[in-house]
Write a protein that binds this ligand. Structure first.
Ligand SMILES: [Zn+2]
Length: 298
């Protein structure tokens, strides 16, 4: 009897050991083999995206992880365990303001470049016309001196004979018409100069406005802030800021990575890098290797 009992207790121990191992395997299984179910929580409309678009971004972000190991890691369920929130505050507001400023700056720069091209063309024309004008003035001065010398000469000789007198009158008329042509050219040149100066003034105003915008953007750019967070205590992800669709997918993928139990890695291109610097929508091998370790995959 006693002997048998001893065998019995060894058997019980063996079963306990077995079930312990099984329990551990079951724990690993829940991490990667059965998908994390997620639902939407708070959703602030001020971001300007629809719930449908937000869900589709979550889908793309979660698929980055799922596809990398060929397992469904996340699944939408209106009663899901993981809550994903989209929360609007000063962070997104700053980003939106900067986007408007950036678009405005781009327009200002384009206009400024246009204006610059116009005044450079005008300046080229002006240089050419001004040279021509200066030559005409020199020629006019020579003609004028020649006329004046002749008049002085004939005045000193008690007047010119009729034919010479008539020739001088014609020469005088020609000088007058040349002079008025020169005056017209001078006025035109001054108008061109005025136009060039107006263009330069406008150009400077545009560049000034663009610089003011850039300064405003730079003022806020120095401040790093959290774009999103995964809170393991409430099992929730909250997104606070994104500037583009890609950045949204990246921050979602990052926080979903945390919800899988992943930590940051040191590759700046990684989804699990501490900062959302890159724009690629692929996991790096560092990301995938960490996931494989988490999921006990080879
Ligand atoms: Zn993080």
């Amino acid at each position: 009897m006693k002997y048998e009992k001893t065998i019995n207790s060894i058997l019980v121990l063996a079963i306990l050991t077995g079930s312990g191992t099984f329990y551990y395997q079951n724990y690993v299984k829940s991490q990667c083999d059965s998908p994390i179910t997620y639902k939407l929580g708070d959703f602030d409309e001020e971001f300007g995206i629809t719930k449908k678009d937000f869900l589709s971004s979550i889908d793309i972000a979660s698929n980055l992880w799922s596809k990398s190991i060929n397992k469904t890691l996340f699944k939408y369920n209106e009663n899901g365990d993981l809550t994903i929130n989209l929360k609007y505050d000063s962070r997104q507001k700053t980003t939106q303001t900067n986007q408007v400023l950036k678009a405005d700056t781009d327009k200002l720069n384009t206009s400024a470049l246009n204006i610059k091209q116009q005044y450079l063309t005008l300046q080229e024309e002006y240089t050419q016309d001004e040279k021509e004008y200066t030559n005409l003035v020199s020629q006019f001065e020579i003609n004028q001196k020649s006329y004046n010398d002749k008049v002085t000469y004939w005045n000193a000789h008690n007047g010119a004979p009729e034919d010479i007198y008539n020739a001088l009158v014609a020469e005088h008329k020609k000088l007058e018409s040349d002079y008025s042509l020169l005056e017209q050219k001078r006025t035109n040149l001054n108008t061109v100069v005025e136009n060039i100066n107006n263009f330069i003034h406008t150009y400077n105003l545009l560049v000034d406005s663009a610089n003011q915008n850039i300064n405003k953007i730079n003022e806020s750019a120095g401040k790093e802030f959290e774009e999103g967070i995964y809170d393991p205590n409430t099992n929730s992800i909250t997104i606070y800021e994104f500037s583009t669709d890609k950045k949204l997918i990246r921050v979602l993928a990052h926080e979903l990575g945390h919800s899988l139990g992943l930590n940051h890695n040191q590759n700046p291109k990684s989804i699990m890098y501490a900062m959302n610097k890159a724009n690629n929508l692929e996991l790096t091998t560092d990301d995938i290797n960490d996931l494989k370790i988490k999921c006990k995959l080879p």
